[in-house]
Design a protein around this ligand. Structure first.
Ligand SMILES: Cc1cc2nc3c(=O)[nH]c(=O)nc-3n(C[C@H](O)[C@H](O)[C@H](O)COP(=O)(O)OP(=O)(O)OC[C@H]3O[C@@H](n4cnc5c(N)ncnc54)[C@H](O)[C@@H]3O)c2cc1C
Length: 433
């Protein structure tokens, strides 16, 4: 690779960053992709890792393998700690990296809205470690719950609360309920299903708020059919590990709280000396450049385009489309040509609620049930990176579908103070992976 070519550094090998890197493959530039993980993670299927359906390896792919054939690109494993905009330099855990053009594609992070007890005790779902921690914890609660002799405590152990009626919350609640009713009932013959609750708490009056009313109604009904208790107007204000406190004073005894109620820009956005919009996202011009820096582009979950009437959703298609435009605009900027503004092409929305149940909005068309579910399966398989991952996921799904099974029912780490591991029982949860 020519060392005197302009150096384009992309921070983040997620949906946006990788798309930008690949779109630069023919450009006369050197590309360095920097990420704190050595893999690209397909986050839309994380909930299936959390609910014992898939292994982390099935939905992650090494960045080096993805970039292997791209001669002008290299990968660097490092966490970026800060950006010196004046010096055009990143400070990272493995030393400084200079750039001529920078693409910030650091994605999002869990947002607990400052609720300290949730930060300590709730289970977020943002990365592989979170998903494995949820799987470990839920399976452990069933192991300990069936041994518990105090009925109130047993019911609290067998109550799984999911917070947030967006796609992640709906998909997780549906999958947890099916995990219990279709699979764990076989593993735990003494389990009394009347003592098990899966509760989905939503602060507003609707689930999947961005979808049309017909699809939202179908979602609500399907969740009820799948024995998920959906509670609207339920705002969580605290969780110390054994009791979920709601605004208004109600308390739900539960040892598991999966937090799917908030995202914000990744912490690095706070350390870039530039203006931030809602949810800590970096304000970007329509061309995706920072307001005061022509050579710095920001895309995906970390970007906020003031020019849009409504903030763009923190979703993969936005990040991918912005990744492509950022790559084109970097080249145009290097050539001194005018830059293109970003225009979002909404490909539609999909969410699955469980076996043969999903909702899909594609343009003017709306689908529910089996057809939407098949669409969901196809779209996710096609979008996964790597033939091996596609095959593994397909095989796992077929296995689960025909045998009513979940392949990955392993507790891979003891929780701190785990009675099953000889420790003393403890109130609050400890992230276990
Ligand atoms: C559980 C879950 C389910 C989802 N389901 C869907 C769905 O069904 N459909 C949909 O469209 N969207 C879904 N999303 C949202 C979608 O995943 C994001 O919108 C998308 O990943 C954003 O892409 P991005 O490139 O901005 O960031 P990401 O894909 O998150 O990538 C960011 C990358 O930056 C890296 N990084 C962050 N900070 C640093 C740093 N300081 N130094 C080095 N590297 C860093 C991270 O390791 C990561 O690899 C889901 C998200 C989650 C969490």
């Amino acid at each position: 690779m020519h060392q005197d070519l302009p150096h384009v550094v992309i921070v983040g090998a997620g949906f946006g960053g990788l798309r930008a890197a690949r779109a630069l493959r023919e450009a006369p530039v050197r590309v360095t992709v920097v990420d704190r993980h050595n893999y690209h993670l397909f986050q839309p299927l994380l909930y299936q890792v959390a609910t014992a359906g898939l292994s982390p390896e099935d939905i992650a792919h090494p960045v080096r393998a993805i970039l292997r054939r791209q001669r002008n690109a290299s990968f660097r494993l490092a966490e970026v700690e800060s950006v010196d905009l004046d010096a055009r330099r990143l400070e990272t855990t493995t030393g400084p990296i200079g750039y001529d053009a920078l693409v910030v594609a650091v994605g999002g992070a869990t947002n607990f809205f400052g609720l300290r007890s949730l930060e300590t005790s709730a289970l977020p779902l943002k990365d592989v470690e979170d998903a494995v921690a949820i799987r470990n914890h839920v399976l452990r609660m069933f192991e300990l719950g069936v041994q518990e002799t105090d009925p109130d405590r047993r019911r609290a152990m067998l109550t799984l609360v999911v917070v947030g009626g967006g796609p992640t919350g709906v998909e997780s609640a549906g999958a947890l309920s099916e995990l219990v009713r279709l699979v764990l009932t076989k593993d735990f013959p003494t389990l009394d299903l009347k003592e098990v609750r899966v509760v989905l708490l939503e602060a507003t009056d609707r689930v999947l708020a961005d979808l049309p009313e017909r699809l939202r109604e179908y979602t609500g009904e399907t969740l009820w059919r799948k024995h998920v208790e959906v509670r609207f107007g339920a705002r969580v204000v605290g969780f110390e590990g054994e009791r979920v406190a709601l605004q208004g004073g109600e308390v739900i005894p539960a040892h598991t709280l999966l937090w799917a109620a908030g995202v914000r820009a990744a912490p690095l956005a706070d350390r870039v000396a530039s203006r931030r919009g809602p949810l800590g996202r970096l304000v970007a011009r329509p061309t995706l450049q920072l307001p005061e820096r022509d050579e710095v582009f920001v895309i995906g979950d970390a970007a906020f385009l003031e020019s849009e009437a409504r903030p763009l959703p923190m979703m993969a298609p936005v990040a991918m489309q912005q990744g492509e435009l950022a790559a084109r605009n970097v080249v145009r900027w290097l050539r001194g040509e005018p830059l293109e503004p970003f225009r979002y092409r909404d490909p539609g929305s999909l969410a699955t609620i469980g076996r043969t149940a999903a909702v899909a909005r594609l343009g003017r068309f709306q689908f529910t049930g089996l057809l939407a579910w098949v669409l969901w399966l196809v779209v996710h398989i096609v979008q996964l990176i790597g033939f091996r991952n596609r095959l593994l996921v397909l095989v796992n799904w077929a296995w689960d579908y025909f045998l009513y099974d979940r392949a990955v029912r392993l507790i891979t780490r003891p929780e701190h103070g785990d009675p099953a591991a000889g420790g003393a029982a403890r109130g609050s949860l400890e992230r276990s992976a």
